[in-house]
Structure formats: C-alpha cells, structure tokens
Ligand binder design. Structure first.
Ligand code: ZN
Length: 567
C-alpha cells in the first residue's frame, strides 16, 4: 500500500475546567491512530487544542472571580500539558483565543459563506442552553429542561446572522450516504442521515456582543455581533493550517486539507451534529473540501455516574486522568482506555478495573513473559540469543540493531528459522500487523490490542510447552539435542517479544520502548533482566481512595517472583 497523507484531529474542549477522563479517551484514541499511521510510513499531522471562546468560559471565570483571560490561560495550559502527562504525540495545539492563525481563518470562512449568499440577518427568539451553546426546540427539551444539563434554557430574543443550512440537506445526504464522508460506527451515520431527513433548519451563526459579554470573534463588518462559538470552534481544523493566510503562507492548508488523502475528525457523540452536519455545510458553502471521516466515540461513566463538574475535585478524583496517570502510570491508564472501551456503547470506569486490567495483562501477561525470557537467556546463555527471523510483511522491530530480518546480525550471522513447534506463535507474530491495521481502520481499539495480545498469550504458552529450564537440565546432563533446542526456543521467544514491542508501540509507546530495550542486542547480548511493568499493589477501599490515598506500586515483586521460579 502506498503512503497516505493523513490529517487527524481531536475536538477542542472548552476550558471552563480541567480535562476529565472523557477527554483522555479521545486524545489517546487519536494518538494511537496517529502513531499507527506514522509507523507504517504515512505522512501524519495530529492536532488538538482548546476552545477558548465559549460563553461557558466567561461564566466560569465570573464564578471564580478571575478574568476570562486568566481562567482560559490556566486551563488551556493544563490541556496542553496532557501531551507529556499521557504520552500523546500531537504535532500542533491550537488555542482559539490566542493563536494568531485562528481569527483570520474564521473571518475568511465567514466571508466565503457570505459570498455564497448563505449568511443573512433575521430576528430570532429561541431557548438557548449555555451549557450546550445550542438552541433547543420544545420537542428536544425534557419537560422544558436541557436533556444534557438538567437546567432550564434561557429565552433569547435578538437579531442575528443566520446560516442557510437548509440549502445543503441534499448534498450532505449524498456525501454521507455514499461514504464520501464516512461516519463510524454505522449507527452514528444512520443517526445523522435521520437528522438530515427530518429537515434541516437554518441556524443562528452569531449573537449580540452583549450576550457574548464581549468575548469571542466579531462578525466581519458588523461590530454589534460576535460569531457563534461553534462556528468559531469548528473552524480550528483549518485555521491552524493557515486557511486565513495568503499565497505561500497557506501551504499547510493545501498540504493537510485540500491535498490530504484523509481528513479525520475524532469526536464524542454529543457533538456529532456539529461535526457531521454544520461543519461540512459551512465548508460546502465556502467551496472547500469536507472531512473524509468522522469517528464517533461514546462516553465514559465513572463509578456508574456521568462525569460532571460537580462530581470532580481533588487529587483522588477518579475522573482526573492526570491523577490516575501519576498514581498508576500512563501505560496502565492508556491500556484500560484502549483495551476495555468498546467501539460503541458507554463504558463504566473504576479504579479497581484499571488496576485489575493492568495487573492481569501488563504485569502478569507481558511483564512476566519479558522477565522469563530475559532470565532464561541470562541463566543459560549469558544473554546471547539469536532471534528467529522477522516474518515477511511484518512491521520493522523497534530499536536499532534488533531487527532479526533476513540479514541477521554481524555478531551472529543469518537469523535462524522458527522452530517447527512454534507454529501458533509464529502465526500470531505474522498476523498481528495486518490485524492491528484492520482493527484501526474500523476504529476498533479493543480488537487492535487483542491482536497484540495474541502474541503475548502464544509466547507464554510456548514457554510452558517447551519448559526451557528442563532443556537446560538435559543440556547439563549431556543430552546433545537439548542444547540446540534451547537455542531455538529462546530465538523464537526473543523474536516474539520484539514483535510485541513493535505492535504495542502505537497503543503504549512507553511500555513498548521498555520491552524493546529488554530484548535489544547490546554489544552481542540482551541486557540484564528487570521487570518492565511492576505489579500495582492491592486496591484499597473506595473510601480510602476518596481520601486521596492511591494503592502503592509494589516494586516489581511479581516480576521477580516469576523469574526465580523458572531458573
Ligand atoms: Zn445543555
């Protein structure tokens, strides 16, 4: 397959508070896609950012008794810091209130739609939920209450600019039903098609400066009006590419939007309508290409409850991804998000589930495998192992000098073939890259991690089946065949471990690097074994967690136990 140019984005959250676990889910999913595409040789740009111009930010700042600018700066910085705190790899981070690329881009988008005759002034009266930044019809409200926020909307009456959304119903239907704009999962595509079929009405694309409390981007040529915050926020996907610039300065826009093979938005189900209807319609009106894909994730609940601002606060907060990552590690947090959250349907998070999943998979499954392989290699071979050859068509293995491809290594000559009894393990290694690619093409992160895990499981089974410690005994007893057999078993296990590191990398880049280092050839031998993922100590009660006490991390006890068992 030839390399593609892939532009990936997360949504830009409003910053009236800090990030919660739901933001982490979206960021990690997008990061996995970006890393996967980079490692298969695609050109990738991953973007995130913050929506600073929401009225919600103004209200939160007023409640906190600080300026809007101060609140926005503080919280936007906290979102940007997630890059290190969650091992994310975004290439760009746009802040809509301060990035010099944003305003000219939004203004240009506005003028382009105006030139198409799609913006007009009209009187409007409607029920507006500030929490959603959205007008609601009576039918959409729940007994007069916002279904999302449980609060009554405000009655708003003013003259606004309107966008002629109704004009684009036919084109939107055709783009989406033909798959030119692909919406995944299919249920979400059907939801959008149903919404379009029910009749699109024009939407208010501005509000009065008074109602916006002077915050936001002014309507070009109309000083009394501020551009609707959703219009402004959606624009970020192209303003960051210098859509508002002229000539050569607009190269990013051509490269990553007009000429990209894929323009992919990762979004939550709550903002589907904005991304799948409003945004493509604005682009059509402006004469610009629409996104090629929208992947829609569902929501997380925490301890059975919806994540809400009121339930949050303090270091012990199980909705705080930074607290969770610092207590249990980035790998454990990412692994739960990727291994447990299905492609469709809400998922309940608890700290106990995170710990159980990390201990079962990362400490027992993978950590134990790597400890055993290192320990066997050092106990019986002083760390000198000739890994079996990398099967054709599989991803290159991580770390220089660790690629057991046809060339072998200078120290050891050509890489050996896989032993005849390692068939299921070799097959798992061979199939994993294709299975990971196929799963991620469907945005099925659970299936992707499962394909990596098949190698880990087969490798652990192979250790049990071949019992290398018995081969070592037989070798010491002078059984001639046992020596060669032990070499080939170790060769298969080290090769499989390297394959795990390569396939795990998009999901858990930090742990993958540790695994790769543990089975790298350094000066002709593997490094001395040490646990790559220490077991997380027993979970304390929910009550003690609420007081801010996270379970301690036991420093590699389980890993060491398992090592001593085999030698
Ligand atoms: Zn609402």
């Amino acid at each position: 397959m030839t390399a593609e140019r892939v532009y990936l984005s997360t949504t830009i959250p409003y910053v009236n508070s800090r990030a919660h676990l739901g933001h982490a889910l979206e960021l990690v999913q997008a990061d996995v896609l970006a890393r996967h595409h980079r490692r298969i040789g695609d050109e990738v740009r991953l973007q995130s950012g913050t929506d600073d111009n929401s009225l919600k930010n103004v209200l939160a700042a007023a409640a906190a008794g600080i300026s809007t600018r101060e609140l926005v700066n503080r919280n936007a910085s906290a979102f940007a810091a997630l890059r290190e705190q969650l091992s994310l790899s975004f290439d760009d981070f746009i802040r809509t209130s301060s990035d010099p690329r944003h305003r000219p881009g939004v203004e240009r988008l506005w003028r382009a739609c105006q030139a198409s005759g799609d913006l007009y002034r009209a009187n409007y009266q409607g029920l507006y939920c500030v929490g959603c930044e959205q007008f609601y019809s009576d039918a959409e409200l729940d007994g007069g209450i916002c279904p999302d926020h449980g609060t009554p909307p405000q009655l708003v009456h003013e003259e606004n600019w309107f966008f002629r959304l109704s004009k684009y119903a036919g084109q939107l239907h055709d783009l989406i039903s033909s798959g030119t704009l692909r919406i995944e999962p299919a249920a979400r595509r059907n939801e959008v098609l149903g919404f379009i079929a029910s009749g699109l009405t024009d939407f208010s694309a501005s509000r009065s400066v008074d109602r916006a409390r002077g915050w936001g981007i002014g309507v070009p040529g109309d000083p009394g009006q501020v551009i609707y915050v959703w219009w402004d926020a959606l624009g970020n996907y192209i303003t960051s590419l210098n859509f508002g610039a002229r000539g050569a300065e607009r190269a990013d826009y051509r490269r990553w939007w007009t000429d990209a093979d894929r323009r992919v938005h990762v979004v939550g189900k709550g903002v589907l309508r904005f991304h799948a209807v409003y945004w493509p319609a604005i682009l059509l009106s402006a004469g610009q290409p629409v996104p090629t894909e929208i992947y829609v994730h569902d929501y997380l609940t925490v301890d059975g409850k919806k994540i809400s601002k009121s339930a949050r606060g303090g270091a012990a907060d199980a909705t705080d991804p930074v607290a969770l990552a610092s207590a249990y590690g980035i790998d454990a947090l990412r692994w739960w998000l990727l291994r447990e959250v299905p492609r469709a349907g809400d998922t309940d998070f608890t700290v106990d589930k995170l710990i159980a999943r990390a201990n079962e998979d990362l400490a027992n499954g993978l950590g134990n495998l790597i400890s055993r392989v290192g320990s066997i290699a050092h106990s019986y071979r002083n760390g000198v192992v000739q890994p079996c050859r990398r099967p054709h068509g599989t991803s290159r293995w991580l770390a220089a000098g660790t690629d057991g491809g046809p060339g072998g290594s200078p120290q050891h000559g050509p890489a050996p073939e896989w032993p005849a009894d390692a068939g299921p393990l070799q097959t798992a290694v061979q199939l994993a890259p294709g299975a990971v690619s196929a799963a991620l093409a469907r945005y099925d992160f659970r299936a992707g991690t499962a394909a990596v895990w098949e190698i880990v499981e087969q490798a652990n089974k192979y250790v049990e089946a071949t019992a290398p410690w018995n081969l070592a005994k037989a070798e010491r007893a002078g059984e001639g065949l046992a020596s060669r057999r032990l070499d080939e078993v170790l060769g298969a296990l080290v090769a499989a471990s390297r394959a795990v590191a390569a396939e795990l990398w998009p999901f858990l880049p930090d742990l993958a690097a540790k695994v790769a280092a543990a089975c790298s050839d350094v000066g002709g031998a593997l490094p001395a074994p040490h646990p790559v993922f220490p077991r997380i100590g027993p979970a304390r009660s929910a009550a003690s967690r609420a007081e801010g006490q996270y379970p301690a991390v036991a420093a590699g006890e389980a890993g060491r136990q398992q090592v001593s068992e085999v030698v």
